[in-house]
Design a protein around this ligand. Structure first.
Ligand SMILES: Nc1ncnc2c1ncn2[C@@H]1O[C@H](COP(=O)(O)OP(=O)(O)OP(=O)(O)O)[C@@H](O)[C@H]1O
Ligand SMILES: [Mg+2]
Length: 504
């Protein structure tokens, strides 16, 4: 069968890091071809070479059987290759409709803009992916998951023959993923070839026809998805056996660490939120995209202070008007959008980790560089951050490894209440269990953890109790033993009357 896209013996180095060491990959028309591998395996680098965003050091690329000697973004687009990158690439100061139009409309700058048509196109594209986002909103006002959905709509609208998606669902919930998969199935039946990168292996098994495993810059194997099981796939990815998936052990909870009563934040769309989390407890927060989970975290961390209700820390009412106050009170927050708020890309790993905790590494006002490096090295080992050294700039790390640095930065302040927004998003299976084990160690030390997650297996696997949010409020709180996919989803979709499960 003629292949749509073929990469042969591709190599690529960045300043001494061999990201790709002879990768071979083939995409056929009408197939969903998943690419999996640990953080730093080379997946994003490979797709950047296919879209001309990066140039290979050696190797060949062929599209529709013809070699492309110099792939650049313009020729990739002309050849019908479109991509959703791991990091959002929308223009923040333009509206959703403008961003969508930009990728689709031809013509130069002086072309007359047909505004109503542009709006209609935007509405159609957003509907196709099942999103209810106002096309007139500025992209900078969208949450991460909303931006992801717009990116997806944009790429789908580009009429591509090759569609590349690098972790498109990282922050989407099952509901949105379902819509995306319906779009993918339609494109696939039209003969479009889809390259799908994901750390969520259940997705890979749900939609992929074939899977290619990359490890350490090498192609390890390409297999039909129907002929390999999860355990075998993980073995190919990590080259070793993995420990238990969720190392959950129940810790006898201590006193209430943090409680909120009737909290509202009109600007952020939160209303009448009541919940509590105990020392030594993991409170999972579930809900659909836009249900207010991240807004709740931002309110508790003082980024968008509440305008009604009370927050109690160990029983005492507090006002949290800024992140500095939250940190002083022992609250840490690892945000979902780690590129914007989580790490400083042009600083080293060591400097990023010590940002959270200058007290511990600074003596008499001077930063102790040795202590700083040692502390960072501990996290690099513990979280398996793939890097030649702790002095490497965070911007040079792969997406998943940047996430781990963000986590290390906030863990190093040794918080009493730790709010994690999608703690394992974009993190490979091996590192996922390291992060879960680390969370387990923290609760054993009495830390209270509020964990927002879109992955139900993670919510069910790690939480002691689960608060389910819908439309800016907590619909119900489930104990670990009463929580199932179904009970959570019923609350998340608002199918349960509030009085039937209004316990907090
Ligand atoms: N611009 C860059 N400068 C230096 N090193 C880089 C750069 N981009 C990637 N690398 C390195 O190349 C390797 C492969 O990175 P890549 O982003 O392709 O991994 P990945 O498989 O996409 O991982 P993830 O699952 O974390 O997204 C990593 O070691 C990374 O640190
Ligand atoms: Mg990547």
């Amino acid at each position: 069968m003629l292949s749509l896209l073929e990469a042969a013996s591709i190599t690529k180095s960045f300043a001494g890091v061999h990201a790709l060491k002879g990768v071979t990959f083939e995409l056929r028309p009408g197939e969903v071809h998943a690419v999996v591998g640990e953080n730093g395996a080379g997946k994003s680098t490979l797709i950047k070479i296919m879209t001309g965003a990066e140039t290979a050091d050696s190797g060949t690329l062929a599209v529709g059987g013809r070699t492309v000697p110099h792939m650049d973004p313009a020729s990739a687009r002309a050849l019908g290759i479109a991509a959703v990158y791991q990091q959002p690439s929308l223009f923040p100061h333009l509206t959703v409709a403008e961003n969508l139009a930009f990728s689709i409309e031809g013509g130069g700058v002086w072309r007359r803009v047909d505004w109503p048509a542009r709006r209609r196109t935007a509405v159609t594209l957003l509907e196709r992916v099942g999103a209810s986002i106002d096309p007139e909103r500025l992209v900078e006002t969208l949450s991460m998951p909303e931006q992801q959905i717009v990116e997806i709509a944009k790429t789908i609208g580009a009429d591509a023959r090759v569609l590349i998606m690098d972790e498109p669902t990282a922050s989407l919930t099952d509901h949105e993923v379902h819509n995306l998969f319906a779009s993918i199935a339609r494109l696939r039946s039209e003969g479009v070839g889809i390259i799908y990168i994901s750390h969520r292996l259940e997705e890979v098994f749900a939609i992929a026809d074939r899977v290619t495993v990359l490890r350490d810059g090498h192609t390890i194997a390409t297999r039909p998805a129907g002929e390999i099981d999860r355990a075998a796939l993980i073995r190919l990815m990590v080259g070793r056996e993995l420990a238990a998936v969720f190392p959950k052990q129940t810790v006898t909870p201590g006193g209430v660490a943090l409680e909120v009563r009737h909290l509202s934040n009109r600007g952020a769309g939160l209303r009448d939120v009541s919940l509590s989390v105990h020392q030594g407890e993991i409170l999972g927060v579930a809900g659909l995209v836009g249900s207010g989970r991240t807004e709740l975290a931002e309110t508790l961390f003082g980024l968008t202070p509440a305008d009604e209700g009370v927050i109690l820390l160990r029983g005492a009412p507090v006002r949290i008007a800024s992140p500095a106050e939250a940190i002083r009170l022992g609250i840490a927050y690892v945000p979902e959008d780690r590129r914007q708020h989580g790490v400083v890309l042009d600083m080293s790993i060591a400097a990023n980790v010590s940002l959270g905790n200058l007290g511990a590494v600074a003596r008499r006002g001077l930063i102790d560089r040795v202590a700083e490096r040692d502390a960072a090295q501990r996290y690099v080992d513990q979280l398996r951050i793939k890097t030649p050294s702790v002095s490497v700039g965070v911007g040079a790390l792969s997406g998943g490894n940047q996430q781990k640095v963000a986590l290390a930065r906030w863990l190093s302040i040794q918080p009493r209440v730790l709010i994690l927004d999608e703690p394992t998003q974009g993190v490979d299976v091996g590192s996922k269990s390291e992060i879960h084990a680390l969370m387990q160690t923290l609760v054993e030390r009495g830390v209270a953890i509020i964990m927002i997650s879109s992955e139900l297996p993670e919510i069910l696997g790690m939480s002691d109790r689960i608060a389910v949010m819908q439309r800016g409020t907590v619909r119900g709180v489930l104990a670990r033993h009463e929580a199932t996919q179904d009970t959570i989803l019923a609350l998340a979709l608002g199918h349960v009357p509030p009085d039937a499960s209004g316990r907090h």
